[in-house]
Design a protein around this ligand. Structure first.
Ligand SMILES: CC(C)(COP(=O)(O)OP(=O)(O)OC[C@H]1O[C@@H](n2cnc3c(N)ncnc32)[C@H](O)[C@@H]1OP(=O)(O)O)[C@@H](O)C(=O)NCCC(=O)NCCS
Length: 119
C-alpha cells in the first residue's frame, strides 16, 4: 500500500455548538451517521466530540480529493466510530478505494484531525 492522500482540519467547538443549537437534528443528520450521533450524545460534552468528527470528515475529504477522487463526498457518507480501545475507525458508505486512517484531538475550544488515505 502507498499513501495517496493526506488531509488535516481544525474546527472551533463553538461553531458546532451554534449549528447544533440553530438547526438541531437537521444539522446532525446531514453531517453525522446515527452511530456517530449516538456516540457523541453519550458524552458529557457532545459538541466537543461532534467537532472532532467534523474536523475528521474535512480531513478525510481532503485526503480523498488529493488521491484523485472528484465527486462530492456527503459527510454523512463517511462514518467514524471508535473501537473498544477508543481508536477512531473510518468507514466509507460511498464507493471509494482505499484504507483511511484518522487521528482526532480536542480541547474545550478547538478540535483537530489528521487523515491518511492509502491503497
Ligand atoms: C489515547 C489517548 C492518548 C488520548 O489522549 P487524550 O489527550 O485523552 O485525547 P484527545 O482529547 O487528544 O483526543 C481524543 C480523541 O482521541 C481518540 N482516541 C481515543 N482513544 C484512542 C486510542 N487508544 N488510540 C488512538 N486514538 C484514540 C478519539 O478519537 C478521541 O476522540 P473521540 O472520543 O471524540 O472519538 C489517551 O486516552 C490514552 O493514553 N489512552 C490509553 C490508551 C490505552 O491504554 N491503550 C491500551 C493499549 S497501550
Amino acid at each position: 500500500m502507498a499513501i495517496k492522500g493526506i488531509g488535516t482540519d481544525i474546527v472551533a467547538v463553538s461553531r458546532i455548538k451554534r449549528l447544533r443549537k440553530t438547526y438541531g437534528s437537521r444539522f446532525l443528520n446531514r453531517v453525522f451517521t446515527k452511530g456517530e450521533i449516538a456516540y457523541c450524545e453519550s458524552k458529557e460534552h457532545p459538541e466537543i466530540h461532534f467537532a472532532g468528527r467534523f474536523a475528521a470528515k474535512e480531513a478525510i475529504a481532503k485526503a480523498v480529493y488529493q488521491s484523485g477522487y472528484n465527486k462530492v463526498i456527503p459527510f454523512s457518507d463517511i462514518e467514524i466510530l471508535n473501537d473498544t480501545e477508543g481508536r477512531p475507525q473510518v468507514s466509507f458508505l460511498i464507493h471509494t478505494s482505499g484504507n483511511c486512517l484518522v487521528s482526532i484531538s480536542h480541547e474545550q475550544a478547538m478540535a483537530i484531525a489528521f487523515a491518511i488515505l492509502e491503497f
